[in-house]
Design a protein around this ligand. Structure first.
Ligand code: ADP
Ligand code: MG
Length: 355
């Protein structure tokens, strides 16, 4: 059902506006966003539609096709731990950004899976903030919206995420990648050449969100940076790089990945601009190897899927997202896609084709 249809069914009237927010996949530049490096996310076709209208009291009523029931929350409520926290907090954040202090009714229709590393949370928050602002024709620039959306996740939800997801959702349009320097927030939109197809599959493995391994990698990077005297691992100079090579494992591998991944991403942006698909694919392969061997965040199943993707015709393939499960992104020549998909489906029954 469309967001409009869900709104009509839930609230008995038509919405005043409908907004869209796409999910995103990071093409390369993994685990560098907290090390001052470059990331390269791009929107995927899957997305949320958010239908909204003003409603009487100081409350936000939220319905979603992906969750049961209608949650009606008073403005004064705090975090509840329920699914509606993200949309609710986004509606409150929009008031801070200049939307009128009026009640809201919101209906969300989405085909973007949650918890797959495709930024359903950032899409929800950015989309609801935009919808609430649009209701009163308030104009707020995209970077401010991204920062506000990050603040929702950091402060209200309590997730210590970086700003990549929110910037990608707020700034990048389909058909573009966003080269985002996480040390300065400087970013550039880079067009994806015609004929390049980035396919996303879900591996079938899901990481428990709170299993602590992501936090451990962050801590290891902090310790490595301190040990070599670098402010940000991705920006290590020649002397610090030599010191990285002298570290003991596992810190050596962690720091090596951060630095080499940043450099690969810089090279990948150049390959994208030059239309060099083979070169881009090679960098994706190297990125995966680095996550497997130096950063140690892949799994045997994902390693096998990445390998199979290449064997089935991909120019490059890698795990994307935080790791220990989640998605694989592959660069495939469009004419090979059918055979590629059939080969993967035959060998890995748990794989889901996402985008
Ligand atoms: P992701 O990796 O997809 O960003 P998160 O765990 O960060 O996963 O965020 C998922 C949460 O975002 C959901 O539990 C829910 O609270 C919110 N969310 C995502 N999609 C929707 C949706 N379609 N409708 C309502 N809330 C959503
Ligand atoms: Mg998220």
């Amino acid at each position: 059902m469309s967001a409009s249809g869900l709104f009509q069914e839930t609230f008995g009237r038509a919405p005043a506006i409908v907004m869209r927010a796409h999910g995103r996949v990071n093409l390369i530049g993994e685990h560098v966003d907290y090390n001052g490096g470059l990331v390269l996310p791009t929107p995927i076709a899957r997305r949320l539609e958010i239908a909204a209208g003003f409603a009487g009291e100081d409350r936000v009523a939220i319905a979603s096709n992906r969750f049961a029931g209608v949650d009606s929350r008073a403005f004064v409520e705090g975090r509840s731990g329920r699914w509606s926290d993200y949309a609710f907090a986004a509606a409150l954040k929009a008031i801070e950004l200049g939307a009128p202090r009026r009640g809201l009714a919101i209906a969300i229709a989405s085909d973007l899976p949650e918890g797959a590393g495709l930024s359903s949370s950032a899409a929800t928050v950015v989309g609801v903030i935009r919808a609430a602002l649009a209701l009163s024709a308030r104009e707020v620039d995209d970077v401010s919206i991204a920062r506000a959306a990050q603040a929702v996740e950091n402060d209200f939800i309590g997730v210590p995420c970086g700003i990549m997801d929110q910037m990608a959702v707020a700034l990048a349009r389909p058909g573009e990648a966003l080269a985002l320097d996480t040390s300065t927030l400087a970013c550039e939109r880079v067009a994806i050449p015609a004929g390049w197809r980035f396919a996303v599959i879900h591996s079938g493995e899901t990481r428990a969100l709170n299993d602590g391994r992501y936090a451990l990698r962050r801590l290891e990077c902090e310790r490595a940076a301190r040990a070599v005297g670098a402010e940000a691992l991705c920006r290590a100079d020649a002397r610090q790089e030599a010191a990285i090579e002298a570290l003991a494992p596992p810190l050596r591998g962690r720091a090596r990945h951060a630095l080499s991944e940043h450099r690969r991403t810089v090279a990948a942006v150049a390959a994208l601009r030059a239309g060099n698909a083979a070169g881009f694919g090679r960098l994706m392969d190297e990125s995966h190897a680095s996550m497997r061997d130096d950063f140690e965040v892949t799994t045997p199943l994902i390693d096998a899927e990445v390998e199979a993707s290449r064997a089935a015709g991909a120019l490059g393939a890698r795990m994307t997202g935080g790791g220990f499960g989640g998605c694989v992104v592959s660069l495939i020549p469009p004419e090979r896609e059918e055979g590629w998909a059939a080969a993967l489906a035959a060998r890995f029954p748990g794989v889901r084709f996402i985008a």
